[in-house]
Design a binder for this molecule. Structure first.
Ligand code: NAD
Length: 274
């Protein structure tokens, strides 16, 4: 038991989780705290989700920064504050980003020919520009502090590895909607893959590993038809629970993955195996 604990131990490390107020980011924040780390959450939302609120109310080592990670000046200030409050971050999870919710305005989820420019820009910026700025601040501060061992985890998606299976959404079109899972999200998420590879080579001499985690779909109160179609296409026969990615994130952050960089870890119930 002690062996596994040592291998995955994050005692006194400082982790930054972007989008840490969301469904999965708040799970990562809690998992880091349970593994001994201190956590800085960077999220555009002002109000804390129940999980983050509880961690803060319970006095856990978590600091919350309400900031838009695509705004470089504001982000720099938040990053400086986090580093002086908690210590130099040596773990970064680039997890924040927009998705087009099925209930979003029809133009977002309609025919490709009408996909709005501003939605494309917001999608690419929230995932990729935010990831760029965060990684720049992380590496700069890490090097200035003379840290030796760091890990950046960039969150992609199965929809960044393969195109969304539009037949999953056929039930919506049968109901008379013009619904297609849109292009912007997939393109942003596939950009993450080569951002990781590029940065892995650049950052290796500084002792920083950089990897991608590609999660599959998570239960979040979706339509029954959607869930049925999704489960049918997933070898494990279900969508993910919110906690299903915590093990992968702790693995990638810790010394358990010390020889892994520039890689892709897929945790998707087998979706992309077919
Ligand atoms: N939930 C899934 O099914 C699923 C599947 C595969 C990949 N992912 C990816 O995992 C990550 C987390 O997903 P989630 O389900 O927790 O989503 P979520 O919407 O619950 O959380 C995303 C968080 O990012 C924040 N955010 C968005 N834009 C931001 C910005 N510019 N600056 C700061 N914060 C910003 C939001 O406020 C939100 O709290 C995302 O990158 C998502 O694409 C999710």
């Amino acid at each position: 038991m002690a062996y596994a604990e040592d291998l995955f131990n994050l005692k006194d490390r400082v982790a930054v989780v972007t989008g840490g107020n969301g469904a999965l980011g708040s799970e990562y924040a809690e998992a880091f705290i349970k593994s001994g780390a201190k956590v800085a959450v960077f999220d555009i939302k002002k109000e804390n989700c129940p999980k983050i609120k509880k961690l803060m109310d319970d006095g856990k080592p978590l600091a919350y920064y309400s900031v838009d990670i695509t705004k470089k000046d504001l982000l720099q200030k938040a990053y400086e504050d986090a580093a002086s409050e908690l210590g130099t971050p040596t773990i970064l999870v680039n997890n924040a980003g927009l998705d087009s919710h099925p209930s979003a305005p029809a133009a977002q989820n309609g025919p490709f020919e009408d996909y709005p420019e501003e939605v494309w820009d917001a999608m690419i910026d929230s995932h990729l520009k935010g990831m760029l700025f965060m990684s720049q601040f992380f590496i700069k501060k890490f090097r200035e502090a003379g840290e030796k061992r760091g890990s950046i985890i960039n969150i992609s998606s199965t929809y960044g590895l393969v195109t969304p299976d539009q037949s999953v959404y056929e039930f919506r079109r049968k109901n008379g909607e013009q619904y297609f899972k849109p292009v912007g999200y997939s393109v942003a998420k596939s950009g993450v893959l080569n951002f990781t590879r590029w940065l892995a080579e650049y950052a290796a001499p500084f002792g920083i590993r950089v990897n991608t985690l590609a999660p599959g779909g998570v239960y979040a109160g979706q339509d029954k038809e959607f869930i049925r179609e999704y489960e049918k296409r997933t070898p494990l026969g279900r969508m993910a629970e919110r906690t299903d990615y915590n093990g992968a994130v702790i693995f990638l952050a810790s010394d358990a993955s010390s020889y892994m960089t520039g890689s892709l870890m897929v945790v998707d119930g087998g979706w992309t195996a077919r």
